[in-house]
Design a protein around this ligand. Structure first.
Ligand SMILES: O=C(O)CCC(=O)C(=O)O
Ligand SMILES: [Fe+2]
Length: 303
């Protein structure tokens, strides 16, 4: 069972919401939440904006194709990402944007690919504005939820203070066309993977497709209408919290209807130490994330 959580009750410390959150984070590693600061209308606006982008002629999307850069900003065509080395590259398309450091920020001098400049399509100011607005608001929602969830599992909030002032947070529009006729058993909308970072705040158009791997085998379908969110945890926070929250594999096989989803991958600043708390080790968050990007984006393989 994937618990469904009232975000405001959780924030207020309601014992039922706290207990359900703790169980979901520690057992299945997935939750759904409602009653956040992001409204259904704001999610619908972002979905519409992405839908418009993905329906553009290929030549216009090519103008912002990330494969001509050394980073992951802009359009990722079908086949641009291979999240499972045992499967074929995914048949979804994506559009990625992320955090841009303010001028003069100490991390700016390091020319880090996780803070690369965004690539926006020309002549689409409404697209850029809507997605940028959604990005800004989703950062606030994700940060608040992460704090509440860490508290619910009994974590020490001090470790997370100041860790998200320049978040390596990536916002993605996922476009799954109808499952192609040529698709075989190694072809997926997105193949089985765990997310790489801390918390994923996932909005979808409400259609089914996402499946979560059950401990002990089998798959659980999960869906949420616009205005509700699927929450899951990545490898980084599982490591950082010594397994207090779980990074659970999931996938989208795809079906006979197109589908859109919008994950925000919420991650800390590049130089935050995400080694297991108390271990005395040092693992820079940005090093882990860059390694995973280089393993999975086809155009970055070998970097
Ligand atoms: O589209 C979905 O529901 C899930 C997408 C996903 O797992 C991802 O982008 O990491
Ligand atoms: Fe994922």
């Amino acid at each position: 069972m994937i618990p469904r959580i009232d975000a405001q009750a959780l924030a207020a410390g309601d014992p039922g919401a706290v207990a359900a959150t703790k169980a979901g984070a520690q057992e299945i590693g997935f939750l759904t939440v409602y009653n956040t600061a992001l409204t259904a209308a704001e999610v619908e606006a972002a979905l519409d904006a992405y839908r418009g982008f993905f329906k553009l002629p290929v030549a216009l999307k090519e103008a912002v194709n990330m494969d001509r850069t050394k980073s992951n900003r802009g359009w990722g065509a079908q086949g641009s990402e291979q999240v499972d080395p045992d499967a074929n590259p995914d048949y979804k398309q994506v559009f990625d944007c992320g955090f841009e450091l303010p001028a003069g920020h100490p991390l700016a001098a390091r020319d880090l690919k996780v803070y690369a400049a965004n690539q926006w399509p020309d002549g689409m100011p409404a697209f850029q504005r809507r997605i940028s607005d959604y990005y800004a608001k989703s950062l606030v929602v994700a940060k608040a939820l992460l704090g509440d969830i860490i508290a619910a599992v009994g974590g020490d909030a001090r470790y997370f203070e100041d860790a998200f002032s320049a978040p390596m947070a990536l916002l993605r529009g996922n476009y799954y066309p109808e499952r192609p006729a040529w698709a075989g058993e190694k072809d997926f909308g997105i193949a089985t993977h765990t997310d790489y970072g801390c918390l994923t705040l996932l909005a979808t158009d409400g259609s089914p497709g996402l499946e979560v791997r059950k401990r002990g085998g089998g798959w659980i379908p999960v869906s949420a209408p616009p205005g509700e969110f699927v929450i899951n945890f990545g490898e980084m926070i599982e490591m950082w919290t010594n397994g207090a929250v779980r990074a659970t594999p999931h996938r989208v096989v795809g079906g006979d209807a197109e589908r859109l989803s919008i994950p925000l991958f919420f991650n800390p600043n590049y130089d935050v130490n995400v080694a297991p708390i108390g271990s005395g080790e040092v693992i820079e968050a940005g090093v882990h994330l860059t390694k995973r990007f280089n393993e999975t984006y086809v155009h970055l393989k070998g970097d």
